[in-house]
Ligand binder design. Structure first.
Ligand code: KG4
Ligand code: ZN
Length: 380
């Protein structure tokens, strides 16, 4: 089965074609058109600019993805697009384009949750079939989330940020220090030259059983320290040390909470993705901590950490291959939730909540025989 995926939830126009194989779903071709240069002068994403670029890019990128592997639209079995969460106007362009394509081709259209795509991307990127249960860490510009993934569509929130996302903190601190957008790669580049133990910056929620994150206190601490140290600001070594100390504070918290989450959920696997996971220090520290704790770590390749369409097409393909009825959303949902409302109150109770949800959803899931084969799915 071949699925064409479209991802336009924010400022990247991404298109990919994937194919399901007996053991995994593999990428056949993909393109990502980044708009970073267009948004950089504004210090962040401008929704109107992003929307216009998606409109321009999609009619060029879809044929390009097919041309790259000498395939035509006839060879596609389904079209998938991000349904949410994300910027409304950006989502609308990709989702509408995908729906139009699906109708024209008489193929199924599948709406995919962007966060579910991120959860699956470490497996996809490593050409592995997804193995439940696992704990997923998503750290990007919009989200910092720890999820207990029990099965497809069975997700329990273990922790999330109560204010800024990790990537957002990198972007804001970079802006304060006069570094360009996006801040994460810039801070990482500067931090390489600094001493991560130079300045003691605060870590949020140090309690062992609290899996939430908070980065605004750290950001404010950096701002106060920076403003108070005006004479030092011109000293490059001082700036290197500040970037390195800030990076270490973010990395420490993400690593510690992830390892705690795995223990709390009583699983053996940690799968991580999102733009912040491009950070080498974070990848190295996670590897070390997981090795020490006997946790299997699955990390997405950097190209699959940031927003991409492979994870969207791959999620749709794997779910269909697993017999999950495709979700043919008629519309976008910028606030699309990954979690069922029921387990939200059970956040800290991990496993018991997981079992409760599992039992409830197993009852409602259709039997494999009830699920239509891809060709039989109705397009409206
Ligand atoms: O996943 P992503 O591409 O888009 C969102 O869905 O947000 O993540 C972008 C975020 C930005 O905040 C960026 O600064 C951060 O990921 N980022 C990094 C690195 N590369 C990107 N943060 C830290 N270190 C990096 N190397
Ligand atoms: Zn994302």
């Amino acid at each position: 089965m071949r699925v064409l995926g479209i991802e336009t939830s924010c400022d990247e126009t991404a298109v990919a074609l994937v194919e399901t194989n007996p053991w995994s779903t593999d990428i056949l071709s993909q393109v990502v058109s980044s708009q970073i240069d267009l948004h950089r002068p504004y210090g962040g994403v401008v929704p109107e600019v992003a929307t216009r670029e998606h409109l321009r890019n999609l009619p060029l990128l879809v044929p390009q993805v097919l041309r790259d592997i000498n395939l035509t639209l006839d060879s596609i079995d389904a079209v998938a697009a991000t349904e949410g969460p994300g910027l409304a106007s950006s989502l609308l362009v990709g989702h509408s384009y995908a729906r139009g394509l699906a109708v024209a081709l008489s193929k199924p259209m599948i709406g995919v949750n962007h966060l579910e795509g991120h959860l699956y991307s470490p497996f996809f990127s490593n050409r592995r079939a997804v193995e439940f249960p696992f704990v997923g860490l998503i750290a990007s510009g919009g989200h910092t989330l720890l999820v207990h993934a029990v099965g497809w569509d069975r997700y329990i929130k273990l922790g999330s940020t109560v204010d800024d996302a990790a990537g957002e903190a990198f972007d804001k601190v970079a802006k304060l220090l006069g570094l360009p957008y996006p801040g994460g790669p810039e801070i990482e580049r500067v931090a390489l030259k600094g001493n991560p133990d130079a300045f003691g910056l605060p870590r949020s929620f140090p309690e062992r059983d609290n899996l939430n994150f908070s980065f605004s206190g750290l950001k404010t601490a950096v701002r106060f320290f920076y403003e108070k140290s005006a004479p030092m600001q011109q000293d490059p070594v001082w700036s290197y040390d500040l970037c390195a100390s800030f990076q270490k504070a973010v990395v420490d918290v993400l690593v510690r909470k992830s390892v705690q989450a795995v223990a709390q959920a009583r699983v053996e696997r940690l799968a991580v993705s999102g733009g912040v996971l491009c950070n080498k220090m974070l990848r190295d520290e996670l590897e070390f901590a997981c090795y020490e704790a006997g946790i299997e770590l699955i990390v997405a390749e950097p190209a699959f950490c940031t927003d991409n369409a492979g994870m969207i097409a791959g999620t749709a393909a794997e779910k269909m291959a697993a017999g999950i009825p495709p979700h043919c959303g008629e519309d976008i949902n910028p606030n699309l939730n990954l979690f069922s409302p029921e387990p939200e109150g059970d956040l800290a109770r991990g496993l018991s909540a997981a079992m409760k949800l599992k039992n409830r959803q197993t009852k409602n899931l259709p039997k494999i025989g009830d699920v239509p084969a891809p060709g039989e799915i109705e397009v409206w």
